[in-house]
Ligand binder design. Structure first.
Ligand code: ADP
Length: 280
């Protein structure tokens, strides 16, 4: 098991008192699982995501990563745990003036000393270079290795962030709405690419998603969160209209059109039983 949560609560102190973001969350994530977190804005998805990448601690409850207690971890232990977890954010956070190859090499920053970093970004050693090129190849960007990040299209930049995470070679990939800034065609391509890389590498993937239909299609397990509580935690094939309506009751659903499709539950079942293939 990679994550284990027992009665996790998280509150934020504000001038107007405490805001309870998560209340009594108990569940496990197994190694190699693909899990999508769904829920309306303010549900607590980002907070949970930040507990997972160890940039926040629970206010109470137990949180373990690969059997180790994250709530008390600090210093070197915490840094080495964070290196095992790669995060992909909605916005690519690339260094615009560096090449695609140099940005990919940045995936290693967490494990390099400052001197090694400066030397390696300017003149990478052969084995790091080879690995970075392999990462770029696997996201279909080998021919762009010398292009500056700011010369790449939106879809290419998002693929570059995946190459950077691959260079980090984490056991867990956390993706915060990774497709939010992409158009539908690119979403499909980048989505399948990400899923494929995780499946091949036996990595765990946890992603917050705003697109319900895509989440159900790409992720075998869906956790619905609302007002800091888990509303449902079930296999994607068992997520139906009722569950989604209850999750987003009274809220705006971004992908509402798809939810109203009469075929949706059946289509989702057919799609999610299929192993994804990479269509670049
Ligand atoms: P989501 O990602 O699902 O939109 P969040 O985890 O960002 O939800 O927020 C959950 C709740 O916690 C919301 O009520 C939000 O206003 C509150 N919250 C999040 N971050 C902070 C913070 N830094 N300080 C105070 N309240 C916060």
């Amino acid at each position: 098991m990679i994550y284990s949560l027992k009665d996790v609560c998280k509150s934020y102190g504000t001038r107007n008192g405490a805001v309870r973001a998560l209340e009594g969350l108990t569940f496990d994530v197994q190694k190699g699982e693909r899990v999508a977190l769904l829920g309306p804005s303010g549900a607590g998805k980002t907070t949970l995501f930040r507990l997972f990448n160890a940039t926040l601690r629970p206010s109470s409850g137990g949180l373990r990563f690969d059997g180790r207690d994250l709530t008390v971890m600090s210093g070197r232990d915490l840094r080495s745990t964070r290196r095992r977890i790669g995060t992909i954010y909605q916005q690519p956070h690339l260094v615009p003036s560096l090449s695609a190859l140099q940005n990919t090499l940045c995936g290693r920053l967490g494990s390099w000393s400052l001197i090694h970093t400066v030397r390696n970004i300017v003149r990478p050693n052969q084995s790091d270079n080879k690995q970075a090129i392999a990462a770029l190849e696997s996201v279909g960007l080998a021919d762009k290795q010398n292009a500056r990040a700011d010369e790449l299209s939106g879809g290419q930049q998002q693929r570059l962030t995946i190459a950077r995470v691959l260079m980090q070679d984490p056991e867990v990939i956390l993706a915060d709405e990774p497709f939010a800034s992409l158009d539908p065609a690119l979403t499909e391509t980048v989505g399948l690419l990400l899923i494929n890389l995780v499946t091949n590498g036996k990595r765990t993937l946890v992603a917050t998603m705003h697109d319900v239909e895509l989440a159900v299609r790409l992720f075998p397990r869906i956790i619905g969160i609302r007002h800091g509580h888990i509303v449902f935690d079930k296999p994607a094939v068992r997520v139906d209209h009722e569950a989604i309506r209850a999750l987003y009751a009274g809220e705006q659903v971004t992908n509402a059109a798809r939810l109203d499709s009469e075929n949706w539950p059946e289509a989702a079942k057919n799609e999610s039983s299929r192993e994804p293939s990479c269509a670049r």
